[in-house]
Design a protein around this ligand. Structure first.
Ligand code: E4P
Length: 223
């Protein structure tokens, strides 16, 4: 499974990219607002940091507005993906943009029916929001399994990006379900590394190494 960072924080992106663990980036206006930076400036900077796809979302409501935004975004860097909302106008824009060679990511997907339509429209990526479904007591991960079955049944080319990820378990469940991609906020990404037994093991190995060396030192001193 590919891991995207759901972030526009260039420091966090650099860190993940240095470990070879950042296969792409997703952003939305809220994520960019968090960084307090200009949209164009930050996307251009991210594009210089990573090779994978970078999803950028505009605020157009008609297909024409969305296409206009996406054409502009695609000039900001290589591998720009136009994020469009799951609406009739959004899917019209998908068809036009994919024909122009600009990949699309249909966002705010909350049902298998919406995913089926996005796939039929030709979206390169589909983003079901698992966390926001969990928030209203619906099963976000069950949606992923359903969408993957539909895509597989008909050989659709769209890739599923598990979005609105809130915990390491969302990432693990996404991988178990066979999702193509999980887009992960930096705090959840950091948690994926940790296990208390790893920390405990490292501490005890370092302690024993030092004990062994000092014991050898004592033997050497007595000779
Ligand atoms: C990514 O494409 C989505 O915009 C993002 O994962 C939404 O996450 P949220 O529900 O935590 O805002």
């Amino acid at each position: 499974m590919k891991i995207f960072l759901d972030s526009a924080n260039t420091q966090k992106i650099k860190e993940a990219a240095a470990m070879g663990l950042c296969d792409g980036i997703t952003t939305n206006p809220t994520i960019i607002l968090k960084e307090g930076r200009d949209h164009k400036e930050v996307i251009k900077e991210i594009s210089a940091l990573i090779l994978g796809p970078i999803s950028v979302e505009g605020i157009g409501e008609t297909a024409d507005e969305m296409v206009k935004d996406a054409v502009e975004f695609s000039k900001w860097g290589k591998n720009i993906v136009a994020k469009v909302p799951m609406t009739k106008e959004g899917l019209k824009a998908v068809r036009i943009l994919e024909a122009k060679g600009i990949p699309t990511n249909v966002t705010l997907v909350f049902s298998p029916a919406q995913a089926l339509l996005a796939a039929k429209a030709g979206a390169s990526y589909i983003s079901p929001f698992v966390g926001r479904l969990d928030d209203i007591s619906q099963n976000g991960m069950a949606l992923i399994a359903g969408i993957l079955t539909i895509l597989k049944n008909y050989g659709f080319k769209s890739q599923v990006i598990v979005a609105s990820v809130r915990s390491p378990m969302h990432v693990v469940e996404a991988a178990k379900a066979g999702a193509h991609i999980a887009t992960v906020p930096p705090d959840v990404f950091d948690k994926l590394f940790s296990h208390p037994l790893t920390d405990k093991g490292i501490k005890s190995f370092i302690g024993d190494y030092k004990k062994a060396n000092s014991a050898l030192g004592e033997v050497g001193a007595k000779k």
